[in-house]
Design a binder for this molecule. Structure first.
Ligand code: PSV
Ligand code: MN
Ligand code: MN
Length: 386
């Protein structure tokens, strides 16, 4: 087994980015259940995110979604974050919630709609300039519902044209993260349905274009860790949108549905040098029925636990068993790490940093939940699911 000191040192370099929209009210298309005390403004979302970082010590960055987090002064918002020990993370573009986008955004058959969508993406890069964010996250709901509705190849050309324009607008240190999704809201054909399509576009664009893997965006049974291994091998894994799913894009707490899958993914990240490269570990979740802040704390901890187990894999023993063709022995090495209870090690890691060993309990004791219920009336919806 890897010594626990090495595991703890590696854990210290991990950052888990939380999404602003996870702090707001959300739901399904059937119902949004409002919760008391949720943020009314992007600033209040950052205040909640600061609590998550305060208790976990590994969540200093917060992703924004534009226009859900639209403000007049983004530099001031970045300052609000900085004063709370946070930084603004990925800027998530949104070209999927206006009537104009019924037939697509950057792939729309009408050039005027394409221009409007592109202008929004460019605005997101302007916002990155003001916030100091490194990453622009692009997810397109674009696709078609019926065979023959539009030309699959022409839509790819339009997509490439828009991505090229955005890529050329990026600054030296900025990146474009292209997210794929199997289906929904388009049900027949999605313009960026899989990692291969995202990868092909990124490859043409250049090294600042990277693929983002949302763990909820695959067909059942897909070997996500293979995708992770392959993208890392090609130097094109920009990051994750972590969440978990039982059926489709459920957006449940990462590690809740399948902690073993999360471990297998994190093992490939460790194996592929994902800790030394620029892989962003972001959450993309919504907490519809559970209290939001403790759920986000739990999610961050789930990522950390899976990471600790992945770091514990005895790489030498595994390689030796693999070389010897020892099928059961190799599997046992991996499972040994997975079955290790890493909670004591993580409690120790926290105490060494002056953190409470039990972040959720510490949050419950902190009085923050009661305070926001008393102080905030009429919380803001995350932006979707109404
Ligand atoms: C789409 O399902 C997605 O995963 C994209 O990342 C969006 O920006 C996000 O959900 C909104 O929650
Ligand atoms: Mn996502
Ligand atoms: Mn999603």
């Amino acid at each position: 087994m890897t010594p626990s000191s090495a595991v703890k040192a590696a854990l210290s370099s991990q950052v888990v980015e939380t999404p602003s929209w996870a702090y707001g009210n959300s739901g399904t298309r059937f119902k949004v259940f409002a919760q008391a005390g949720v943020p009314r403004t992007p600033q209040e979302k950052l205040d909640d995110a600061a609590r998550v970082h305060h208790h976990t010590g590994v969540a200093p960055t917060v992703a924004l979604h534009i226009p859900w987090d639209r403000v007049d002064d983004y530099a001031a918002l970045a300052e609000h974050a900085r004063e709370r020990g946070l930084r603004l993370g990925a800027i998530n573009a949104n070209v999927f919630q206006e009537d104009d986008y019924k037939l697509g955004s950057v792939t729309h058959p009408d050039a005027a709609v394409r221009r409007k969508a592109l202008a929004h993406l460019m605005e997101c890069v302007d916002i990155m300039d003001a916030t100091g964010s490194r990453d622009l996250k692009l997810w397109f709901s674009d696709g078609t519902n019926y065979p023959g509705q539009d030309d699959i190849r022409a839509r790819q050309d339009r997509l490439a044209e828009a991505l090229t324009a955005v890529y050329e607008r990026l600054g030296e240190e900025q990146r474009m993260l292209l997210e794929y999704k199997l289906f929904e809201p388009a049900f027949y054909m999605t313009d960026v349905p899989d990692w291969g399509t995202a990868y092909a576009h990124c490859l043409k664009l250049g090294p600042k274009a990277q693929v983002v893997v949302d763990t909820g965006h695959h067909a059942p049974g897909t070997n996500i860790e293979f995708i992770v291994a392959t993208l890392l091998r090609e130097g094109r894994l920009g990051g994750f949108d972590f969440n978990s799913r039982f059926y489709a894009d459920d957006d449940l707490m990462v590690g809740a549905a399948d902690p073993f899958q999360l471990f297998r993914i994190m093992y490939e990240v460790v194996r592929g040098g994902g800790f030394t490269s620029e892989v962003a570990f972001m959450l993309d979740q919504c907490h519809n029925i559970e209290p939001k802040i403790p759920a986000i704390i739990r999610s961050v901890m789930n990522v950390q636990e899976a990471t600790a187990k992945a770091l514990l894999v005895d790489a030498d023993a595994l390689a030796a068993a693999q070389r010897a063709g020892d099928v059961l022995g190799a599997n046992e090495v991996l499972m040994d790490a997975y079955h290790t209870d890493v909670r004591p090690l993580l409690a120790e890691w926290r105490q060494e940093r002056g953190l409470d060993p039990d972040p959720v309990a510490a949050y419950r004791r902190s009085g923050w939940a009661e305070r926001i219920v008393a102080e905030r009336q009429g919380g803001q919806q995350a932006g979707w699911g109404a």
